[in-house]
Every structure is written in structure tokens, then in C-alpha cells.
Design a protein around this ligand. Sequence first.
Ligand code: KG4
Ligand code: ZN
Length: 351
Amino acid sequence: MKMHKKKLFSDETVTIGQNSDVDNYIMAIESSCDETACAIVKNGREVVSNVVASQIKTHAKFGGVIPEIAAREHMDAINVVIEEAFSQAKEKEGINPEDITAFAGTAGPGLVGCLLVGLNAAKTLALVYDKPFIGINHLNGHLCANYLDTDLKPPFMALLVSGGHTQIIDVKSYSEQVILGETIDDAVGEAYDKVARLIGLPYPGGPKLDKLAQEGNPKAFQLPEAKVGDYDFSFSGLKTAVLRLVKSFPEDERPIADICASFQERVSSTLIKKLKKALQNSGYDTVVIAGGVAANSEIRKKLFALSDEGYKVYAPPMKYCTDNAAMVASCAYFNSNTFDDVNAEVFSRVK
Ligand code: KG4
Ligand code: ZN
């Protein structure tokens, strides 16, 4: 049960989430990196509106996200995405701003200047409409993308792969999660982006590398697998191995597609091997993937192959893999692991 106190205006308490006796419409805002997003989700699963303004074009010019510029772009986009989310909800279900049960915003981890824009917008909406405010951990949000439009229920094993994180998480219940292992250096998405840059692909490199890999031979080169703990990962050695391999060819003779395919094969097989081990040891019958890299074609293929072994497999559709606010709204509904008053502050790293 979730009890929220609205500290600034009143001491009234409201129940939000699965124990609420009315339909919950939660509006959430996400602005942790380079997407300004706003969504309204009914009862944690039903997406009523979902608006994402991407800054990819801006940052492509610089080859990566420039935090100060990203924060300014969020300022330009924030009102537009909020208005659009309200208008989609009005059109679809006749929902007005006054009908929103609570307002949620990503509190971290992420770029502080960017987080401040979205979090303060969500807090302001909560104050204006006199509703509760809920601060959300972005990583929990990615996990909850799996609840959107599905009937998924804990317990399950999760692989969280994003630009900043790589974790195997034992999701014991909606609110209890145990991190079994994580990367000791680069995150998977980070490794993709770095390897993409060193072979000359433009930002954002991950999806482009994935595309090239599909045209190459995954067995062309045997790339090394890091020796770390059972459920931990390390990708910096692999990145160096790719750099060495690339440099071993003259610039105009580099078998780029084969290199991409071999890199993708090593990454995907390592991730799925460890995930499967965690899954077997847990005795669970359900496995999910989450985060921006969950959009990767080969990782999805290997994950879905687990269904041949009798496992129930969930992977969010592409639009809910990368940063969005629907996953944040779902998290506000299901997850009690939140910071829930208007004094909640942003944070850059995992708490
Ligand atoms: O979850 P996300 O949107 O942002 C973070 O919270 O970090 O993930 C972004 C990351 C980037 O590193 C991007 O290159 C990677 O996800 N990514 C991919 C693919 N699509 C996005 N990496 C590999 N293959 C893809 N298809
Ligand atoms: Zn993310």
C-alpha cells in the first residue's frame, strides 16, 4: 500500500497503486538524458498517452550528449510534451488534468541539469493540481516497461542493459529487487557506443552497430570473454580487443560488418549465458529484459530462444526499451521503492 503525504499544502493521505480502490491515472515525466518525455498510464499497465521528444539530431552534431545543451533542450520541449500528453489523454479517454491521481518524475540517476527540468515540472504539476508527487529511480522505470500492456507478475529474473548500467536483477516482488551482478567497468550500451565510434559510425552508435552486425559473420573473429564473477560483467577488455583488431587491417580493407557481428556475438552470448544461469539457480519460470540495449536484435533473438526451453520471456517493444515516461508512470504505480514528497531531490548516480 502506498500512502502519500502532500507536505506543502495539506496532510491529506492518498492510496496509490494496487491497493487503491479507484482507477489510477499517473502522469510521469522523464528527462534524465536526451529524451524529454511525458506519459499517462492507467493502473500501471494501460498506456493512455505517450509522448517522446528526442534530442538525437542536436547531439549527433557533437558525437555525444552535451549535458548543458541537453538541459536547455529539455527546457524548450517540456511544456510541449506535457500539453501533448494531456491532449492525447483527453482525446482517448476524456481524461482532464484534474483526473490525474498522481504526478511522477525521474529523480535519477542521470544528468543533474536535465533531471531538474523534468522533476520540477512534475512537482509543479502536483502542486498546481493538489495531487501527490512521486520521484522515480530511472533504472526501476526501465524494468517496469515490462508491465506496460502485459500481465507480467513478479517473481522473475531481469537483465537490465542501458547506456549507463548492466545488471542481473532478481525481482522478488513489485517492490523488492536484489541486484545479483553488474558490470565492473563499461555498461553494454557504453561499450556499443565506444566501439561504434572507433570504427567510425556516427552517434548514436549502438543501433547502427547492431544494423551492420546483421550483415556480417558472427564467427569471423573470436573475441575474448572477460573472466569476472558469476553474474558480473566487464566490457573494457573486449573494447580494447576490437580496437586492436580494427587497427590490424589497412583503413580501406577493414571487414567492418564481420567485426561488428563478432563483437555483437560475444556481447550477446555472454549476457544471455549469465542471465540463464541466474534464471536456473532462481527456479523462476519468467525472464525479462529492459533498458535501451534491450532493443538489440541479437540479444532479443537469444533471449526469445529461452522460450524454447519452457521459460516465459518478456521484452518491451522498441518504443518502451529506450527512454520514455510510460515506464516511469508504471513504476510509480507498482513500485514502493520511491521518494514521495515534494522535497525529493535529483541524484546523478545510483543511491
Ligand atoms: O536506456 P537508454 O535509452 O539510456 C540509458 O538509460 O542509458 O539506453 C541507451 C543506450 C545507448 O548506449 C544506445 O547506443 C543503446 O542503448 N542502444 C543499443 C541499441 N539501441 C539502443 N545498443 C545496441 N543495439 C541496439 N539496437
Ligand atoms: Zn534509460
